[in-house]
Design a protein around this ligand. Structure first.
Ligand SMILES: [Zn+2]
Length: 682
C-alpha cells in the first residue's frame, strides 16, 4: 500500500478502529474499498455517483427498518453497538444516584421496559394534558404553549436563547416561526402527487392520535381536520426555507414592551418570559414578525377546542416513542412509513439509544470517547484541519475577483476559525438532570425541560465558547457562525469495515478532508456564513463590489441546482441548498489542493486500477454512498437544506476542472458543463 508513514490516512483510521489490526503474512488481501463499489457498466461521464457507488448500492438494498441506507448508516450501526455496551454495563452497575452511570443505566432500563410503557399509556403526560384541558381562552392558550415548548412539544412558535447574531459576546432571546407537524412549510402547499397524498392522510393520523385520549372517532375526525386547517394557517404565514437563510431579513430586534407588544398586542410575552425566569429580559430578536402577528390573530379567532386538540396532538406526537406500543406505532406509520418509507420499526434497543442520544447524549459521550477515541487521534485530526486551512489561505490569496481589502478580512476570518475536534475539552455539568426509574416518558420529559432551562439560564451570562451542540458520538459536523468555529465530533471520523492497511491518502483526503473538514470550513464563506465576521458578528465586512461579485458567482450555482429534478415535479431548491452546495464544492477544491501536496499524488502510481486523482474523487463519492426511499427523498426535498446524495457528488464535480481530466469527461455527456456555466467561487 502506498501510505506514506505519518500521513493522515493511517491517523484517521487508527482513530476509528481502535488498536490497529495485526498485519501478518497470512492475512488474505481484501478487495480495494473504492474499486469494489464501482459499477463499471456506468460511464463516469453519464452519472459519476452511480459509477462510483453503483455496485455497493445494488448489493445493499435499503433494509425494511430504514428510510435510507449508506455509509452513514453503517457508521451509526457500529456506534450503536458500542453505545449499547456502555448502556448495558451502566444498567448492571447500580451506580450511586446522580452519577453518570446511574443516569445512563436508568434511561436504558426504562426505555427498554416496553411493558411498563404500555401499562402507563398517556399517564406520564397527565399534568400537561390537564393544563391543556383547562384552557378556555386565547390568553391561557398562549401560556400553555410556553409550557409545552419547554416540555419539548413545539407548538405555536419557536424560540430559544442563543448568541445575538450581531453581538456574539451576548446571549439573546430569539423568537420565530414554528409549530408545524408536517416536515416543512412547503409540505402544506406543494402540489406534487405524493406530497398531496401524504397531506391528505395527515388529518386522519391526527384523529387516530387523539383517539388515544378517549375521543370517539367522529369527534376525533372533526378535530383532525380542524387541527390541520390551523396548522395550514401557521404554514401560510411561515417563511420558506430559502427565505430563512437571509440572516439580515431574519433579524428584528424588538423591545418586549415596545415593538413586540405592538406586533403581537394580545400575546403576553412579558408573562411568558417571566415564567421562564427571564424577568430581566426586555429585548428579544424576532426572526419572522409577520408570523408572530399571524399567531396573535389566529389564536383570537380559533375556538379553544381546536387549539386544545392541536396541543394534544403535538404533545402525544413528541412523546410517542416513549409511550405505549399502539401510540408509538400510529406515529411511526405516519412519520416513519408514509413520510419516510420505513416498512418496519427499528428494534427497540436502537430506538432507545437514538432517543437517549438527544436527551443525555453528552453523558454517554464522555464514556464513549474514553473507550473509543484516543488523544492521539484528536491531535492528528487537528493537523488535517490545518492542511485544509492552509489550502484555503492560498486560494483566497490567488482569487482574481476579490479586492485586497476584502481578502485581508477573509484571511483574518479564516485564521480565526476555531477547530473543535473529537470531543469537548470541558464536559458540561449534568448533575442537576434527574433520570430515574419512574418511566421512560418521564425521563424524556425531564431531559427536555432540563435542556430548555439550561439554555434559558445562559441569558445574561458571558458566552461559553467551549460548548458543543453535537455529542462526540454523532456522525455529523457543523460550522457555527457566531463562534466562527468548526465542530467535528469523533463519530464523523469512523470508516466502517475498512482496515488501516487499505486506506490510502487519496481516499482519506476525499472522504474526510474534503467532504467533512473542507465542507465545514467553507461554510464560514458560503452565501450565509460569509456575512459574519471573524468575531462571529453579522456585519458587512465585504466591499460592495466584492459582495456583488460573490453573489453573481453563487447565483450560477443556485441556477445549476434549480435545474435538477430528483422526483418528477419536485426540483432541488437552488437557493435553499445554496450554502450546502457551496460548502461541498469548496470542500472538494480545498481537499484536492491539500491532497496535491502528498507523496501519493506526486508519485502518481495506480491502486486497483485508479490514479491518485481518480481515487480522490472516488473517496469523496464514498462520503455520499447513500440511497433513500422515494418517500424520504420527497420529504427531504421540501425540508432539508442539503441536496440529496447523488447531487452532492455530481453537482459540485461538474464544476471541478481536475475532475474532467481525471475521468475524461467529454462534451455532450450529462456530467459535462460548458466552462461558461461552471461555478467558480473559492
Ligand atoms: Zn454543511
Amino acid at each position: 500500500m502506498r501510505i506514506h508513514p505519518g500521513l493522515p490516512a493511517l491517523l484517521l483510521l487508527a482513530a476509528c478502529s481502535g488498536p490497529e489490526s495485526p498485519k501478518t503474512a497470512t492475512t488474505p488481501p481484501l478487495p480495494d474499498l473504492l474499486a469494489s463499489h464501482v459499477d463499471s457498466s456506468v460511464n463516469p461521464g453519464d452519472n459519476f455517483f452511480l459509477f462510483a457507488n453503483g455496485a455497493w448500492l445494488k448489493a445493499n438494498p435499503i433494509p425494511a427498518s430504514e428510510s435510507s441506507w449508506g455509509i452513514g448508516n453503517l457508521v451509526v450501526e457500529e456506534l450503536r453497538t458500542k453505545i449499547r455496551t456502555i448502556n448495558e454495563e451502566a444498567a448492571k452497575a447500580h451506580a450511586p444516584a446522580g452519577s453518570d452511570q446511574q443516569k445512563i443505566g436508568d434511561y436504558w432500563g426504562t426505555g427498554m421496559d416496553s411493558a411498563k410503557a404500555d401499562r402507563l399509556g398517556t399517564a406520564p403526560l397527565n399534568e400537561l394534558l390537564q393544563r391543556i384541558d383547562g384552557i378556555t381562552n386565547a390568553q391561557q392558550a398562549f401560556a400553555v404553549a410556553g409550557e409545552l415548548n419547554r416540555a419539548g412539544a413545539g407548538v405555536l412558535y419557536g424560540g430559544g436563547v442563543e448568541q445575538d447574531p450581531k453581538n456574539s459576546t451576548v446571549m439573546a432571546v430569539s423568537l420565530g416561526q414554528g409549530g408545524l407537524g408536517l416536515p416543512d412549510r412547503d409540505y402544506y402547499f406543494n402540489t406534487e402527487a405524493g406530497v398531496a397524498r401524504n397531506r391528505a392522510a395527515y388529518p386522519g393520523h391526527i384523529a387516530r392520535m387523539l383517539m388515544f385520549l378517549g375521543q370517539d372517532s367522529a369527534t376525533a375526525a372533526k378535530a383532525g381536520a380542524a387541527v390541520f386547517a390551523f396548522e395550514t394557517e401557521l404554514a401560510r404565514n411561515s417563511r420558506t426555507l430559502d427565505q430563512l437563510r437571509d440572516p439580515w431579513a431574519n433579524y428584528n430586534k424588538m423591545a418586549v414592551a415596545g415593538k413586540l407588544k405592538a406586533t403581537t398586542p394580545r400575546l403576553d410575552w412579558r408573562a411568558q418570559l417571566d415564567s421562564y425566569g427571564l424577568a430581566q429580559c426586555d429585548t428579544v430578536i424576532v426572526g419572522q414578525p409577520e408570523f408572530l402577528a399571524a399567531v396573535d390573530a389566529l389564536l383570537q379567532r380559533t375556538p379553544a377546542t381546536t387549539v386544545q386538540n392541536y396541543y394534544r396532538y403535538h404533545l402525544l406526537s413528541a412523546f410517542a416513542h416513549a409511550l405505549s406500543g399502539p401510540i408509538d406505532k400510529e406515529s411511526f406509520s405516519f412519520y416513519g412509513t408514509r413520510l419516510h418509507g420505513q416498512q418496519q420499526q427499528r428494534p427497540r434497543w436502537k430506538r432507545v439509544l437514538d432517543s437517549e442520544g438527544g436527551d443525555i447524549g453528552m453523558v454517554v459521550g464522555k464514556v464513549f470517547v474514553k473507550d473509543y477515541f484516543p488523544e492521539r487521534s484528536k491531535q492528528r485530526y487537528t493537523k488535517l484541519v490545518e492542511a485544509v486551512r492552509s489550502a484555503y489561505r492560498n486560494r483566497i490569496n490567488q482569487l482574481d475577483w476579490m479586492s485586497a481589502a476584502t481578502k485581508e478580512k477573509a484571511l483574518a476570518k479564516l485564521n480565526a476559525i476555531t477547530a473543535k475536534v473529537g470531543y469537548p475539552d470541558k464536559w458540561k455539568d449534568y448533575s442537576t438532570l434527574r433520570v430515574d426509574t419512574a418511566s421512560y416518558a418521564a425521563n424524556v420529559l425531564a431531559a427536555n425541560r432540563w435542556h430548555f432551562d439550561d439554555q434559558v439560564a445562559k441569558w445574561g451570562k458571558p458566552v461559553d465558547r467551549t460548548e458543543w451542540d453535537m455529542t462526540p458520538q454523532t456522525y455529523n459536523a457543523y460550522y457555527n457562525p457566531s463562534n466562527n468555529e468548526i465542530v467535528l465530533p469523533a463519530g464523523i471520523f469512523l470508516l466502517p469495515g475498512l482496515p488501516d492497511s487499505l486506506a490510502d491518502d487519496a481516499l482519506v483526503y476525499g472522504y474526510a478532508a474534503a467532504s467533512t473538514i473542507g465542507h465545514e470550513i467553507t461554510h464560514g464563506f458560503d452565501d450565509e456564513g460569509r456575512q459574519y465576521d471573524a468575531s462571529g458578528n453579522l456585519v458587512s465586512w465585504w466591499t460592495a463590489e466584492d459582495s456583488t461579485r460573490f453573489t453573481q458567482r453563487a447565483e450560477v450555482m443556485a441556477k445549476q441546482f434549480d435545474a435538477y429534478e430528483p422526483i418528477p415535479g419536485i426540483h432541488i431548491n437552488g437557493h435553499a441548498t445554496l450554502g450546502e452546495n457551496i460548502a461541498d464544492f469548496g470542500g472538494i477544491e480545498l481537499g484536492l489542493d491539500a491532497f496535491k501536496k502528498t507523496e501519493q499524488y506526486r508519485e502518481g502510481g495506480k491502486i486497483a486500477g485508479y490514479t491518485p486523482l481518480q481515487r480522490y474523487f472516488l473517496g469523496y463519492a464514498l462520503g455520499w454512498l447513500h440511497q433513500q426511499k422515494e418517500e424520504s427523498l420527497r420529504s427531504r426535498l421540501l425540508s432539508d437544506v442539503h441536496s440529496p446524495a447523488q447531487w452532492r457528488v455530481n453537482g459540485p464535480f461538474a464544476n471541478v476542472p481536475e475532475f474532467y481530466g481525471a475521468f475524461h469527461i467529454r462534451e455532450g455527456q450529462p456530467m459535462w458543463r460548458a466552462d461558461s456555466v461552471r461555478v467558480k467561487i473559492w
